[in-house]
Design a protein around this ligand. Structure first.
Ligand code: ATP
Ligand code: MG
Ligand code: MG
Ligand code: MG
Length: 572
């Protein structure tokens, strides 16, 4: 590729709404351009990275025996009604009507459609197992789209679905996908961890999430450095039932009336370890988020840098949707049954409340304790099965690992992949059966396997950047090598060598871009450092006179001289 024939559009400053580094750098490097909330144009530079991610995913899926097809983005509501998800999915499922008034879903995932395909295509045990996948646009009307491609509304996912005769077969298919995921994330060159996960809304049994390790990750991971134990915090943790109901209710009623209760008193009553920086505890209501159990109440702990009046005035980002709960609401909510408290130190509600709590609590981060462990909220609810309440407990660093092989550590991660054993969750509702050897119909055992293709870009950058810009791992960089000639537009010798080396590297199968724009060296270097191309070769007049070029890796502090005829071999 020649830069003059490509589209390069870099910015000195990121737009002010970009909060995290990957979002800022992707905008500055001209990889994405915002069209609407959570909706982006993938610009030519960004699309190259997306395609490389897709190719690695596709190669490994094919290698693992999965078969690619492509299922529609717009899917008839009837299929979603068959599984009950038309109602269950709530506002995250984007719905549209056609001119005849028929309902459709814009797919957030494709269990229904693939199960429908398979129930009509697969008749016999001889055709199993089978695993179909596609790499397709998804739409989820996320409550708080943010962080660029990390939590978009429109995004690209690879989703695969396995169908087996029995549970053992499903478990084999699951393991094959798990192993493929390990290969995929290794090929991306990212530091990642697979953790045991809750099944969440999809249902079934047995699930792992793949997380890219990054401090800015929305998820907390619990692992044991001296054993293989690893789980996401929802799977690892539950909290002690902090307090009995009457005392808590009293505390909360007071807490909702500023000035009535001291923050520390409320914390003590609720059994919350109170961060030094927490100044106020507020009970708030989010009217937008109504679950089957009714309005939710949120216990918010506000740091010292937020004033209660600012919250009331709707000026605190992320809290603008909230209003203070009234005493009547609190009493109504905590009426007569025991409540439970959870979660602390996690950005997500625990499973038992998942169907009626907002998916993400990190926008109202409210305090940090001394170990820099963030409390993001505490959530009260009812309908909690007793046994769950009983074993609710708080996981903290240094706790013994459940496998007895050491102590637990906690780190942050970005969920980039998720594998599930679904069992018959969908095949039952949709009557997806095959005929066994005796001619009897049997339900198929399913698994599903997602990778957030576009989220990978954000995650890769969160792990690989410096003050100059992005540092792409070579396998997913938009270009592997950039040639920077000093004065391409005016120096014959430089131009001739740049063209020659460009042709040579291209012939060797290297993904190279020649910066023939004639930009000043400072501008040229700043652009490519921002864009994050891992290898740079500078072709200069002076060097050429001595028969050498300069190589500099994106992480190198200084350039290395390399003799002209040796450069092609050096770069490989
Ligand atoms: P999250 O917990 O981040 O909301 P999820 O658990 O809802 O993700 P899954 O249903 O497991 O997501 O989908 C599979 C993969 O799709 C996720 O592991 C993630 O990489 C990606 N993904 C999910 N939601 C988004 C989104 N809004 N933007 C970009 N990628 C996403
Ligand atoms: Mg989600
Ligand atoms: Mg998740
Ligand atoms: Mg998931």
């Amino acid at each position: 590729m020649r830069a003059s024939r490509f589209f390069i559009s870099t910015l000195k400053e990121a737009p002010s709404d970009a909060e995290i580094i990957s979002h800022k750098l992707m905008l500055r490097a001209g990889m994405i351009k915002r069209l609407g909330s959570g909706i982006y144009n993938y610009m030519p530079m960004g699309l190259r990275v997306i395609r490389k991610v897709e190719n690695i995913v596709r190669e490994e899926m094919n290698r693992a025996g999965a078969i690619e097809l492509l299922m529609p983005v717009v899917q008839p509501a009837e299929l979603w009604q068959e599984t009950g998800r038309w109602d269950k999915m709530g506002p995250e499922l984007m719905r549209v009507k056609d001119r005849h008034g028929r309902d459709y879903a814009i797919q957030p995932t494709s269990e229904e459609v693939v199960t429908d395909l398979v129930r009509t295509e697969i008749k016999s045990y001889r055709q199993l197992p089978v695993n179909f996948y596609h790499i397709q646009t998804k739409f989820r009307d996320e409550r708080r789209p943010r962080f660029g491609l990390m939590r978009g509304r429109e995004f690209t996912m690879k989703d695969a679905y396995s169908f087996d005769r029995d549970v053992e077969g499903m478990q084999r298919s699951y393991q094959i996908m798990y192993d493929a995921y390990v290969r995929i994330f290794n090929r991306f060159g990212l530091q990642f961890r697979a953790v045991a996960a809750d099944n969440g809304a999809i249902g079934g049994s047995g699930s792992h999430e793949f997380h890219v390790i990054a401090d800015t990750g929305e998820d907390a991971l619990v692992y044991c450095p001296t054993s293989s134990y690893a789980a996401n915090i929802e799977a690892a943790e539950a909290l002690p039932l902090a307090t009995s109901r009457p005392a808590a209710t009293e505390a909360l009623v007071k807490a909702s009336t500023p000035g009535k209760a001291k923050c520390a008193d409320v914390a003590e009553l609720l059994g919350l370890p109170l961060a030094r920086t927490v100044k106020s505890i507020v009970l708030a209501v989010d009217d937008e988020e109504k679950g089957p159990a009714g309005t939710q109440l949120w216990l918010l702990m506000l740091r010292g840098d937020h004033d209660l009046n600012e919250v009331k005035a709707g000026k605190v980002p992320g809290l603008a949707n909230y209003r203070f709960a009234s005493e009547a609401e609190i009493v109504d909510w905590f009426g007569t049954e025991p409540g439970y408290l959870g979660p602390i130190g996690t950005r997500k509600p625990v499973k038992v409340v998942a169907d009626r709590t907002v998916a993400n609590m990190s926008d109202f981060v409210c305090g940090a304790n001394e170990a820099d462990f963030h409390y993001t909220g505490a959530n009260w609810g009812r309908d909690v099965p007793e046994p769950l309440v009983a074993d609710l407990r708080n996981v903290v660093e240094g706790d013994p690992s459940p496998d007895g092989q050491g102590v637990l550590a906690i780190q942050r991660g970005i969920e980039v992949g998720h594998v599930f054993q679904l069992g018959t969750r969908y095949s039952q509702d949709m009557k997806a059966t095959y005929l066994d050897e005796t001619g009897k119909p049997q339900l198929m055992q399913m698994g599903c396997y997602g990778i957030g293709v576009t989220r990978i870009l954000g995650a890769a950058i969160e792990q690989n950047f410096d003050d100059k810009g992005i540092i792409w791992p070579a396998s997913i960089a938009p270009f592997e090598v950039v040639l920077c000639p000093m004065g391409y537009d005016r120096n014959e010798q430089v131009r001739a060598e740049a063209d020659r080396l460009y042709a040579e590297l291209q012939a060797a199968g290297i993904d190279v871009i020649l910066d023939d724009r004639g930009e000043r060296p400072g501008v040229m270097f700043a652009d490519w450092e921002l864009i994050g191309v891992p290898h740079r070769i500078v072709i200069g007049d002076r060097g050429l006179k001595e028969g050498r070029l300069e190589y500099q890796g994106r992480r190198d502090a200084a350039a290395t001289p390399v003799a002209v005829p040796e450069m092609a071999a050096f770069i490989q």
